[in-house]
Design a protein around this ligand. Sequence first.
Ligand SMILES: Cc1cc2nc3c(=O)[nH]c(=O)nc-3n(C[C@H](O)[C@H](O)[C@H](O)COP(=O)(O)OP(=O)(O)OC[C@H]3O[C@@H](n4cnc5c(N)ncnc54)[C@H](O)[C@@H]3O)c2cc1C
Length: 816
Amino acid sequence: MSALPSHARVVIIGGGAVGASALYHLAKAGWTDCVLLEKNELTAGSTWHAAGNVPTFSSSWSIMNMQRYSASLYRELGALVDYPMNYHVTGSIRLGHSKERLQEFKRVVGMGRYQGMDLDILTPDEMRGKYPFLETHELTGALYDPYDGDIDPAQLTQALAKGARDMGAKIFRFCPATGARREGEEWVISTPQGEIRCEKVVNAAGYYAREVGKWFGRDVPMMVMSHQYILFEEIPELAAWSKEAGHKLPLLRDVDSSYYLRQEKTGMNLGPYERNCKAHWVTPDDPMPDDFSFQLFPDDLDRLEWYLNDAVERVPILGTAGLSRMINGPIPYAPDGNPLLGPMPGVPNAFEACVFTFGICQAGGAGKVLAEWVTEGETEWDMWSCDPRRYTSFAADKDYCVAKGMEIYGHEYAMHFPKHAWPAGRNQKLSPIHDRIAALGAQFKPYNGWERANWYAQDGDDTSEASTQTWNREGPWRPRIEAECRAVAEAAGILDLPGFSRFRVKGEGATAWLSSLITGRVPKPGRIGLAYFSDNKGRIVTEMSVMMLAEDFFFLITAATAQWHDFEWLQKHLPENPVFTLEDVTETFSCQILSGPNSRAILADVCKADLTMPWLTHQPVEIAGRWCQLVRVSFAGELGWEIHTKVEDTAVIFDAVWAAGQRHGLKPFGMEALDSLRIEKGYRAWKGDLSTDYTILQGGLERFVDWTKPAFKGKAALERERQQGVTKRFVLLTVEAGDCDAPYMSTLWHDGKVVGETTSGNWGYRTGKSIALGMLRADLAQAGTQIEVEIYGERFKATVEPDGPLFDPNNERLRA
Ligand SMILES: Cc1cc2nc3c(=O)[nH]c(=O)nc-3n(C[C@H](O)[C@H](O)[C@H](O)COP(=O)(O)OP(=O)(O)OC[C@H]3O[C@@H](n4cnc5c(N)ncnc54)[C@H](O)[C@@H]3O)c2cc1C
């Protein structure tokens, strides 16, 4: 083996499928001066024992993108790099036991079609046609994915490694990274074979990622589960059928029973995600060993018994087979089950490509995404669902990670219903008035760990988890949300909003700096305004409110979940040696939204503010003897103020407003009502309507662009796009919907062709309409155009509404 070089542009720590793919894609991008360090042999972590299933299915757009890309790469990889490759595209049948499951499948068929994949729904008869050994009791239908298959994970890794080496990248096996330190602009990675310096470093250490992260001061939110599959001996009937058919059976996934069953040569492989699951290396009596290379946990058949019996009833020939071998290996989980792929939070020039739960089917796409992050600092697809910055520090808590990891694993195939809040790991961050609003009936959901009221139940309402197992609008919440919206529209509502992210910027040059980053104008002192941040391609990075206190002194306020992402964006774009300061003061402040026509009268009872000050202004006042900043904005689109307070004053101020409000019909309202109210105004939500999948101009945000500014980030790309014209455009649609409003990424149809997608949808109670926001082919984006929206497989008529709010188009209520 050649000697470890003293320097490389990028060092990747970990040689599983993901690390190898990252190296391959970096080399492919022309970054060949890259080194991969593997402590043992390639694949020694989770990769060697993986079953190697390669589905494309996902109800997440970005994960589907990654998996689709992987599948198409794997089809040609063997030939591309000249390496033998066992990749069987068998197709798969995903069984549905309920109406809701079929709705989910139909939605995925729509998303797949939009990504160029031809997925299909099967009836029980059609299932048996493809899978003759199948019993179809209790099934309502199935999803057929012709692209699904399985690959040999070791061959995949070796092929990627060979491809990378052939292009000039280097791999050092049996060369563990043992530490990392920062020297100047470089990372110095230590190994037993000496030190290697690099510009950028990638943590691809799989289930060891938490250990590696520590060297960078990063607490990786993750835990490790034990995951098993059972291999069966030859089943003569299957062998005979397969020989005659000339191919393998499609892979079967019984997602409601929670297992997959795959033909493995002439036998079978059964892999359950069991409810009675087991975490590993989480207690002091079960420490994580320094080295677990090529090792397995002891078999634990008892845990799988129920699943085995269920599978035998579904595919009786399995009952005739002898058990040949069990594999029980470690599999890492982040608290939401998605990988960590992107910039390492708070650490310069360091990246994560780790904690993959489906790292074989995602490796291809993950390598592409990682290489884009490293070489370009941005990715082709919006990858927020995998971005490590989606978690903040609370998520690294070990108990939290274990609780969430076990919950996700045990519900690996679960449907994620819009009104359902997963129960594990709750109450991480509570508002000071949590108990008060709980007593009012609040039904909570976490937002970046902060528990916020989603809606308010009344005595006798069904608030069980079971009631939320629906995609429908209708449910116990519906009359309550409607009443909350009505209170906001006709009297007043108050919403406690802890965890609003907030950054304080102060000092000479701060305003000029902000102006160079945002597309529009910086508001004048005393005013607040929305600001959009574009990347160099003109795409929407984020939206923040700028609360201007004085020249060169302002707060930037942004979504709770955007806290680390947005702060990093600001930090990354700081000038060299700035005179001004940028501070994350999220923990210091809180916010309550008071909205509705009576909000002025309520405030008049509790403070001496000048309540005639217009929309988009703010002022400091005292309520109950405590400082607060009254900000005249309303995401609900009514007369209203945000009351920004110190966290510790939340309760006193809430109590004063609440008491005064009782004379004016004040009611509490929750995030569900707020979402309904905002969509009627066409207000965009971050990482749905606003994402790097769209440019500022496509997003219909041109009124937030100040073309007269000499420069701002993204200006050149946006000017180019303005010249050429946008290809798609943001629209507000009213939909003649059925029982469900359009979820994110529902396809838009016109004249038998797919012409766009929704970015969010909800029912508007003030307008009495189902509303969707979305992106539509530019030539169709005119008011009055009739199109169709595909919602869970059914198409519904929709009308493009005039540009602007649907409710109160002239903003008279806001300005009242
Ligand atoms: C039983 C089982 C079945 C599975 N089946 C599937 C499946 O069908 N489809 C699917 O997509 N996924 C499957 N998975 C999950 C899959 O195995 C993992 O998601 C995937 O292997 C992760 O790849 P990785 O490269 O991220 O991590 P790993 O394969 O764990 O690679 C990390 C590497 O980093 C190395 N390393 C760690 N620390 C250091 C250090 N300090 N210095 C240098 N090197 C270091 C390790 O030795 C290891 O080789 C399965 C998992 C299990 C347990």
